[in-house]
Design a protein around this ligand. Structure first.
Ligand SMILES: *Cc1c(COP(=O)(O)O)cnc(C)c1O
Length: 367
């Protein structure tokens, strides 16, 4: 049985945009052009303008944006990439697929972002890159990361899959590192109706390399100069994303209002810690993730479930504890504790106030 209150319901947004969606999808179908056409080009330019970057290269998924980004930055076998274990598996998977090794370091307890001091301590002779994740829509602490990278001649690739439109010290995420990877998976803050991703950079060479990698390593057709991928965005997704892009700021602000309502209702419940917004961050709440203390998280989740309310644990197993990365002796106490305490509650720009109130009451009663 599907829950009465799902984590995310995309249908109100689809209904609201229906006339535009109908028009743009019909136009694409009638055009007979489906892969890397005029909508993809226009979407790349609109994203570059929105994010304040020189180049945006649309690809097949966020995972591919990470992989192609790493490859375009020259990361490969023998290299080490310092990243977080408190993220979706795709972050580290992309590193591994280049032949490089992800080196996991701990996070800060307050924002779940990678801890710059741990990054500094993990730098070795093979370290080539830092891969911070702007988790749940909240910026990683970029200035210290960027200065550490500069000091040690490393590149920074941002994982912005969960944070389209969020900022760090007023600067758009995805414009701060050497390159950045976005995802348009349907549930993300800017979501397509299928898979999609984007690589952004100010560097012409990196952009060119990424454009080649997404079409089998060829700048000129049938003349590949490196081993690439089939990783293109299609016209239907680009047309849909172009309809949605002008609304993303409004949706993010609506998410912030929902988060504020949650904060007010949850912060007085003993044993619940509401998410924190650091002074440098403008949070876009891809997830509203609270901590449930004293070992009561799973019981809280069950209480919500019994009332027909969804909740989710992002992420129950930190990456260094997955079988694919096991064997590492890494201990990440802050990450491990977070994975035992976090609980993400339903959030969308149009989540009604009475539903928020009901979720808070049910949570309080279940503790
Ligand atoms: C969703 C996500 C990805 C992967 O994006 P896809 O489009 O699903 O491939 C990568 N990193 C993080 C942090 C994500 O949340």
């Amino acid at each position: 049985m599907s829950p009465r209150v799902p984590m995310l319901d995309l249908r109100p947004q689809i209904d609201a945009l229906w006339p535009e969606l109908e028009r743009c999808t019909h136009e694409v179908l009638r055009s007979g052009r489906f892969i890397l056409g005029p909508n993809v080009e226009a979407f790349e330019q609109e994203c570059a303008a929105y994010l304040g970057v020189r180049h945006a290269v649309a690809v097949n998924s966020g995972t591919d944006a990470l992989l192609i980004g790493l490859r375009a930055l020259g990361i490969g076998p023998g290299d080490e990439v310092i990243t977080t274990a408190f993220t979706f598996v795709a972050t580290a998977e992309a590193v591994s697929h280049t032949g490089a090794t992800p080196v996991f370091v701990d996070i800060r307890a307050d924002t779940f972002g990678i801890d710059p001091e741990r990054v500094r301590a993990a730098i070795g002779p093979r370290t080539r890159a830092i891969l911070p994740v702007h988790l749940f829509g909240h910026a990683a602490d970029m200035d210290p990361l960027l200065s550490i990278a500069k000091e040690h001649d490393l590149v920074v690739l941002e994982d912005v899959a969960q944070a389209f439109g969020a900022t760090y010290e007023g600067r758009k995420l995805g414009s701060l590192g050497a390159a950045a990877a976005f995802s348009f998976f349907p549930a993300k803050n800017l979501g397509a109706y299928g898979d999609g991703g984007l690589l952004t950079t100010d560097n012409e060479g990196i952009a060119q390399q990424a454009r080649a990698l997404r079409v089998h390593g060829s700048v000129e057709r049938y003349a590949p100069t490196c081993l690439g991928y089939n990783s293109r965005l299609d016209e239907l997704q680009a047309a849909i994303l172009r309809v949605k892009l002008p609304h993303v700021d409004r949706w993010n602000e609506a998410r912030r209002r929902v988060a504020k309502e949650y904060d007010e209702r949850l912060r007085t419940i003993p044993g619940v810690q509401v998410p924190i917004e650091a002074s440098y961050a403008h949070h876009v709440y891809h997830q509203y993730t609270a901590r449930i203390l004293e070992g009561r998280r799973d019981q809280a989740k069950l209480a919500l479930e019994a009332a027909g309310i969804s909740s989710a644990i992002y992420y129950p197993k930190p990456l260094h504890q997955l079988s694919i990365y096991a064997g590492s002796e890494t201990r990440l106490p802050i990450t491990e504790q977070a994975s035992k305490e976090v609980l993400s509650l339903p959030i969308s720009p149009d989540l009604p106030s009475d539903t928020i109130a009901e979720i808070a009451t049910t949570l309080a009663a279940g503790l």
